[in-house]
Write a protein that binds this ligand. Structure first.
Ligand SMILES: NC(=O)C1=CN([C@@H]2O[C@H](COP(=O)(O)OP(=O)(O)OC[C@H]3O[C@@H](n4cnc5c(N)ncnc54)[C@H](OP(=O)(O)O)[C@@H]3O)[C@@H](O)[C@H]2O)C=CC1
Ligand SMILES: CC(C)(CO)C(=O)C(=O)O
Length: 324
């Protein structure tokens, strides 16, 4: 079973190092000094107080890697449209595309059922480039829970968590989902196959939608923004707007907003990925995490006044910082 991880930065590098260490047939698509370091000495994973370097095939040109059974995309959401032709070639006729990207996925309404079946989302798939170029039928969904970072080229530090939930858009327990789950489990990761992955997508998105832009706008770490009464109220308002939209789409939330915010606070003095991107001068995942929920609000005809306000502020923050 051939697995390629496209965009092997923090999350893809973590997953790739675990798979390579377990002897899986895995290859990585990376670039720049990070790729050069992986090609020179392998990928290094710092985890649980230990450091291990494993050799792994890596390239910037996916054509060098040949057709794959699974292509796991761990790029930032806004980087995916540009690589659709490369992804399509890597997948070959039968390959499965696993989307390990935060935010509302572009395939959300594929096999969703109901009046919105097949609806495309402009905020995450401008011009339908992914839908048309990859085809939603190839997609196996995933929710990424681990936290990791690239500490220097070729070296990933794992911070916490090892779960990559998997799920078919249809909710079926397919062979392709079960086979990937087995490979990830053999590598020491948790990879449950979920019948209702969209519920998990929303619980994760709840936090990213609100905590991430608030942190980018204020510079505050998670513990502070979740406990400061003012920003907690903003996060709560955004999450309640999102909850109404999600519930209209049939989502069942297993916890309430207060518990989700308390969970964010418990993570501690974490700089959200959006704050990290802002500080590093990189584009932020604004449309996938925030713009997508505003778009859904329009689609289901529910108001999103707080989300719209925060979205306007963080979009302007990106423009002012030349991060678009
Ligand atoms: N890091 C974390 O802890 C978590 C991240 N996530 C989500 O996972 C996804 C990936 O995040 P993360 O791993 O942090 O991101 P990273 O930026 O660390 O990884 C993406 C990698 O892809 C590379 N890349 C981009 N475009 C190309 C290309 N065309 N060809 C080859 N390589 C390319 C980037 O290179 P370059 O640096 O040169 O741009 C980078 O190394 C995001 O959606 C994020 O929100 C979810 C949970 C936690
Ligand atoms: C905020 C957090 C920890 C989860 O909500 C996250 O996923 C991020 O930093 O992007």
């Amino acid at each position: 079973m051939r697995i390629c991880i496209f965009g092997a930065g923090a999350i893809g590098g973590y997953m790739g190092a675990k798979l390579a260490a377990a002897g899986a047939d895995v290859s990585l698509v990376a670039r720049g000094p990070h790729l050069a370091a992986i090609q020179a000495r392998g990928i290094t994973l710092i985890e649980d107080g230990g450091t291990r370097t494993v050799p792994v095939r890596a390239a910037s040109d996916p054509a060098a890697l040949g057709p794959q059974d699974y292509v796991i995309v761990t790029l930032k959401a806004h980087s995916v449209p540009a690589v659709v032709p490369q992804l399509s070639r890597l997948l070959g006729p039968e390959g499965t595309l696993v989307s390990g990207v935060n935010g509302l996925p572009w395939w959300y309404f594929h096999r969703h059922g109901g009046p919105l079946e097949g609806r495309r989302l402009e905020s995450v798939d401008p011009g339908g480039v992914q839908w048309d170029g990859l085809g939603p039928g190839r997609v196996l969904g995933s929710v990424v829970y681990p936290a990791a970072e690239v500490v220097e080229p070729g070296t990933i530090r794992h911070l916490e968590g090892n779960r990559f939930s998997l799920g078919e858009p249809s909710g079926e327990k397919s062979d392709r989902a079960l086979r990937l789950s087995e490979a990830l489990t053999a590598a020491g990761l948790k990879a449950p196959v979920r019948p209702r992955l969209r519920d998990e997508i929303w619980v994760k998105l709840w936090g990213n939608l609100s905590f991430n832009p608030i942190s980018a706008l204020t510079g505050a770490t998670l513990d502070r923004l979740c406990t400061d009464p003012g920003t907690r109220a903003v996060a709560r308002a955004m999450m309640l707007e999102a909850q109404a939209i999600a519930e209209r789409l049939g989502i069942k939330f297993p916890i309430d907003v207060e518990r989700r915010i308390d969970g964010g606070a418990a993570v501690g003095a974490h700089r959200t990925s959006m704050l990290q991107d802002l500080e590093a001068g990189r584009p932020m995942e604004i449309e996938a995490l925030v713009g997508s929920v505003a778009e859904l609000g329009r689609i289901v005809d529910l108001p999103t006044p707080t989300i719209d306000m925060v979205l306007a502020l963080v979009r302007l923050r990106a423009k002012v910082g030349h991060l678009t």
